[in-house]
Design a protein around this ligand. Structure first.
Ligand code: ATP
Ligand code: MG
Length: 393
């Protein structure tokens, strides 16, 4: 049978949704919407749900590689496979499978049948045996139930049967937008894109905020951050980002605060701004890429001195991770290369050689009292923020 006469579908398995008993319809509809959204530019394709399974019928002439690439980046998919519709009679099916695998080389294989509809007149073991015997006699390959080189998956839905020759791993996690909205503080370093991604995988929609010191520093962090958000937007399809200038506030801090306290003071201002943005956007938490002890601002004392300025929960998904593991995740997401390009960070702007690692609240409060008008500077910074939206595809 020529390949294009076979009806092909992608069968998608979702990851954690099954655990959420009563909320299942909600999580499913989120995932379905996200898959459709990720494929908006592929004509004639949309998810259908049958027997609680997600099916994506592939229209003729469809760019299958593009569909595969997109599905790999949809959070909430555990795995998916491209399947061909076969005959429900295993005696016919066995030859269809054999035709489809012609040209493939393997020394061991296994047929793995799953009956979704138990009305089907054969058991899964019977289907495995009938199809398996045919393949074995035609190819001479060994049946291996443990670690076969090649696995043929058969899904039986009563009147229709699908067989698949290749399974792709998905990104797993909970579908984006299923658990809420958060504001993520994004620098152009390695950690914060990873922390944003971790929260996306817990179902959050991310609003980004980046602080810069332009015109005191170069605009390089701006472009790096845009590149990072483009990469991250592949996983949530649409991102809003606030670029906020800290320049005037930093000037004030430099004039008032002891040099060693600068970073903590900058950070307190950043968190206040992030919280205002979160309230405006209806977000429920602030996300950062802190990892305990990694740099001077990330000691328990400094985290306390920084966190006290906001009332919203602060999520730090990397707090207990080692750099090595964070780097590995950054490589997986695809942000590592951009994050390691040189850039001007607003927090390295006029940094002392010995920053405070144990900021005292009393000192920090005294500095802010002396500064006086910082609230109006924050209001101005927010009012002049540049807000951008990035979409994918
Ligand atoms: P990263 O690699 O994310 O920059 P880092 O190890 O360099 O992290 P810090 O510079 O201390 O750590 O920043 C800690 C966290 O504060 C970052 O992960 C990020 O969430 C936030 N942050 C730092 N700088 C900025 C910035 N310019 N704009 C927005 N958020 C920032
Ligand atoms: Mg940084």
């Amino acid at each position: 049978m020529p390949e294009n006469s076979l009806q092909r579908v992608i069968i998608i398995h979702h990851s954690e949704i099954a655990l959420k008993k009563r909320n299942r319809p909600f999580f499913e509809s989120r995932l379905r919407a996200n898959i459709n959204r990720a494929l908006v530019d592929v004509r004639g394709i949309s998810v259908q749900i049958d027997y609680g399974r997600f099916f994506l019928p592939l229209p003729d002439g469809c760019d299958v590689q593009r569909v595969i690439d997109r599905l790999r980046h949809v959070i909430g998919i555990a795995s998916f496979r491209i399947a061909v519709r076969g005959d429900p009679d295993p005696e016919i099916l066995k030859d269809q499978v054999l035709d489809a695998i012609t040209g493939q080389e393997f020394r061991s294989f296994r047929v793995d049948t799953h009956r979704v509809d138990k009305h089907y007149p054969y058991t899964s073991v019977q289907v495995n045996q009938i199809v398996g015997a045919r393949i074995q006699s035609a190819t001479g390959a060994k049946v291996d139930l443990g670690s076969a080189e090649f696995v043929i998956k058969i899904d039986v839905f009563n009147k229709c049967v699908y067989f698949a020759l290749q399974t792709y791993a998905g990104e797993r996690g909970l579908p984006v937008r299923s658990t809420g909205k958060v504001v993520s503080m994004l620098s152009s370093g390695i950690d914060s894109p990873v922390s944003s991604f971790r929260m996306m995988k817990r179902g959050c929609q991310i609003i980004f905020v980046h602080f810069h010191s332009y015109p005191f520093t170069e605009k390089s962090s701006y472009y790096n951050v845009l590149d990072l958000i483009k990469i991250l937007t592949v996983y949530q399809n649409s991102s809003r980002i606030y670029f906020v200038s800290l320049a005037d506030i930093q000037k004030e801090i430099i004039l008032t605060a002891p040099a060693k306290l600068r970073v903590v003071m900058y950070r307190r201002m950043m968190f206040r701004l992030a919280e205002s943005i979160a309230r405006r956007e209806g977000a429920g938490a602030i996300v950062t890429g802190d990892s305990l002890g990694q740099v001077a601002s990330q000691t328990l004392e400094n985290i306390a001195a920084i966190s006290e300025v906001v009332r919203m929960p602060i999520l730090r998904p990397l707090i207990g991770l080692e750099k090595k593991d964070i780097i590995e995740m950054a490589r997986h997401i695809g942000t590592f290369a951009v994050s390691t390009e040189p850039y001007d960070d607003c927090c390295s702007y006029l940094l002392p050689t010995k920053p405070e690692t144990k900021a005292k609240l009393s000192e920090v409060h005294a500095v802010e009292e002396k500064m006086g008008a910082w609230q109006s500077l924050l209001d101005q910074a927010l009012a002049s923020a540049e807000i951008k939206t990035i979409r994918f595809p």
